[in-house]
Write a protein that binds this ligand. Structure first.
Ligand code: ADP
Ligand code: MG
Length: 393
């Protein structure tokens, strides 16, 4: 996962993406990559900016800044922030589902999947009435569409209900139908916004199976998910956001034990960070957190004390931009602040010796590895000419 992949291996490259709504920075200087044929999960607390990232990738929003490159399997490349949004599914082969189910509830399951193939059918009809009078290419396309719909109904374990109205399905089955519908458009990148939300464990397991089946066909998946059982079981790669900035990026095992992720994602208090770390068994991290800030460098032991008196700010690497949040809101920033304080204290390094020197420990502990800076530095090194670029035309 850590080897630098060539752009051939990458289906998606997001570089220096920013999205602002007035004064609110929903995404700040975000860079990450998704590899071809893998499941990449985008996780983070509510309001972290996950859906906004999807909206930028799928053309619902034009980003304020940044570059989103989609490398198709045939070698063609699309700059999604420049593509008209209706061309993103058809030309770049990106499909998505929404956080809230959007099905035609009065239509049958089969009809829902045929509507998704409307463009293909219209093209085959020559955009004329000939289709209705049995134009051969239309008949052929129509048969293929039904076959594709049947295929995905089977994969989603819904074929028995093909003629029922979609609105009659249980919630978990509706979620799978949405995914089947997206697959009927033949995507190379499938973006799923919280597909496991509200599912019971059985439905969640059925979803995992469907997603693994999709992955086995070679389709790459970008997954926003809160359900950690889904994320940890099926993801190859996890990117974690907090307040629109990336705080961790790696395989599920490394992200799971990253103290910034534990603090930010689980939303635990300062004191509870250590408890959670004990639970995940990262002793080196615990030892570092045990070493409180030097009194000469700060007013007290709590990392929150390092924030301003009234409110905190979350820094984006982007031109020193800051987002004001409620005091102590960014748990990841608190962990960073502690790590900075520890690293600036020479005797603490001597005390914990091997733990500090270990090069393979989570980068969160080194001040230079502050999430935004670290990701930007890495990306710049990998691609020196990749500059920021306005997303709007
Ligand atoms: N269209 C919009 N206009 C204004 N603010 C928005 C809009 N879309 C999202 N936001 C804000 O951007 C932030 C990130 O939202 P979102 O991407 O939906 O988060 P997530 O999906 O991680 O829960 C939130 O503060 C949200 O209120
Ligand atoms: Mg969302």
């Amino acid at each position: 996962m850590n080897a630098t992949p060539s752009s051939n291996d990458l289906i998606l490259q997001v570089e220096h993406l920013s999205m602002k709504f007035g004064g609110l920075v929903a995404i700040g200087d975000l860079s990450f990559q998704a590899r071809r044929g893998e499941i990449t999960a985008l996780i983070g607390p509510n309001g972290a900016g996950k859906t906004t990232v999807f909206n930028c990738i799928t053309g619902f929003y034009k980003p304020t800044e940044g570059m989103i490159t989609l490398n198709r399997n045939d070698g063609s490349t699309y700059l999604l922030e420049r593509l008209p949004n209706h061309e993103i599914p058809a030309r770049a082969k990106v499909a998505r589902t929404f956080q809230n189910i959007r099905l035609f509830s009065g239509m049958t399951l089969l009809e829902n999947l045929l509507v998704a193939q409307h463009n293909k059918l219209m093209k085959a009809s020559g955009y004329t009435l000939l289709g209705l009078f049995g134009f051969p290419s239309y008949r052929q396309a129509s048969a293929e569409s039904i076959e594709l719909a049947r295929h995905w109904l089977e994969k989603a374990d819904l074929v028995d209900r093909a003629d029922d109205p979609a609105g009659d399905l249980p919630y978990g089955a509706q979620r799978r139908l949405e995914i089947a519908r997206a697959m009927c458009t033949g995507p190379e990148l499938l973006c799923l916004d919280e597909p496991a939300a509200g599912l019971n464990p059985k439905e969640s397991a059925a979803l995992n199976e469907l997603l693994m089946g999709i992955k086995s066909t070679g389709t790459s998946i970008l997954l926003i998910e809160h359900d950690m059982s889904v994320v940890m079981q099926i993801s190859d790669h996890v990117v974690v956001l907090e307040y629109g900035r990336k705080i961790s990026d790696g395989n599920p095992a490394s992200v799971r034990t990253d103290p910034r992720v534990i603090a930010a994602y689980l939303g635990v208090d300062d004191e509870e960070v250590e408890t959670v770390l004990t639970e995940v068994g990262d002793e080196d991290v615990i030892e570092q957190l045990d070493t409180g800030p030097d009194s000469a460098h700060g007013p007290g032991n709590s990392a929150s004390m390092m924030a301003g008196p009234v409110s905190d700010s979350v820094e984006h690497a982007n031109e020193g931009e800051r987002v004001t949040v409620s005091k102590g809101a960014s748990k990841a920033a608190q962990v960073d602040a502690r790590a900075t304080s520890i690293a600036s204290k020479p005797q603490s390094a001597a005390k914990s010796g091997t733990a500090k020197a270990a090069p393979d420990k989570p980068a969160a502990k080194a001040p230079a590895a502050k999430a935004g800076t670290a990701s930007k530095g890495k990306d710049t090194a990998a691609k020196p000419t990749a500059g920021k670029r306005g997303g709007r035309k």
